[in-house]
Write a protein that binds this ligand. Structure first.
Ligand SMILES: [Fe+2]
Ligand SMILES: [Fe+2]
Length: 171
C-alpha cells in the first residue's frame, strides 16, 4: 500500500506527465500552423508517449491500493519563435521531468518503499532517452539554421516517427 506522502507525490507527478502530453500537443498544433507537418507528427507521437507515462502512474497507484486524484492541468504555451525554440523548450521540459523523477526516487528511498523505487527505475532509464532524443533534434536544428531546404529535410525525417503502443503488461 502507498503511504500518503508517496501517494500525494505520485498524483502530482501524474499531473506533470499529463501536462507534458498537453505541452507537446500544443507544440504539435503550433507546427501544424507553420506547415511543418513532420514536426507536428513528431510532437503528436511524443504526446501519445506521455499519455503512456500517465497511465503507468495511474495503474501503479491503483495496483498499490492508492487513490488517483486528478487535478487541473496548466495551460501550455501556444506559440514559439522558431522550431529550434520549441525543441529547446521540449529539452528543458524533459530535464525538469528527470529532476522530478529523481526526487520521487529519493522519496521512495526515504520512505523505504521498495515497490515504488522499482517502478520508478523504468522512468529513470526512459528519461535518459527522452533527453537524448530531444537534444539530438536541437543539435540538428542548430546545424541547419534557417536554411529552407535543410529545414524541409528535418521536417521530412521527423514525419517518419510512428507511435509504438506498449506491449500489454503481464500483470
Ligand atoms: Fe513522460
Ligand atoms: Fe517525456
Amino acid at each position: 500500500m502507498l503511504n500518503d506522502k508517496v501517494q500525494d507525490a505520485f498524483n502530482k507527478h501524474l499531473n506533470a506527465e499529463l501536462y507534458s502530453a498537453y505541452l507537446y500537443l500544443s507544440m504539435s498544433a503550433y507546427f501544424q500552423s507553420e506547415s511543418l507537418a513532420g514536426m507536428a507528427n513528431w510532437m503528436r507521437v511524443q504526446a501519445q508517449e506521455e499519455m503512456v507515462h500517465v497511465m503507468k502512474f495511474f495503474d501503479f497507484i491503483n495496483e498499490r491500493d492508492g487513490r488517483v486524484l486528478l487535478t487541473e492541468i496548466g495551460s501550455p504555451q501556444t506559440t514559439w519563435k522558431s522550431p529550434l525554440q520549441a525543441f529547446e523548450d521540449a529539452l528543458a521540459h524533459e530535464r525538469t521531468i528527470s529532476a522530478r523523477i529523481n526526487a520521487l526516487v529519493d522519496l521512495s528511498l526515504a520512505e523505504r518503499d521498495h515497490a515504488s523505487n522499482s517502478f520508478l527505475q523504468w522512468f529513470v532509464t526512459e528519461q535518459v532517452e527522452e533527453e537524448a532524443t530531444a537534444k539530438a533534434i536541437v543539435d540538428k536544428l542548430k546545424l541547419t539554421g534557417d536554411h529552407p531546404v535543410a529545414r524541409y529535410m528535418v521536417d521530412e525525417e521527423l514525419g517518419q516517427r510512428t507511435f509504438q503502443p506498449p506491449a500489454p503488461s503481464a500483470t
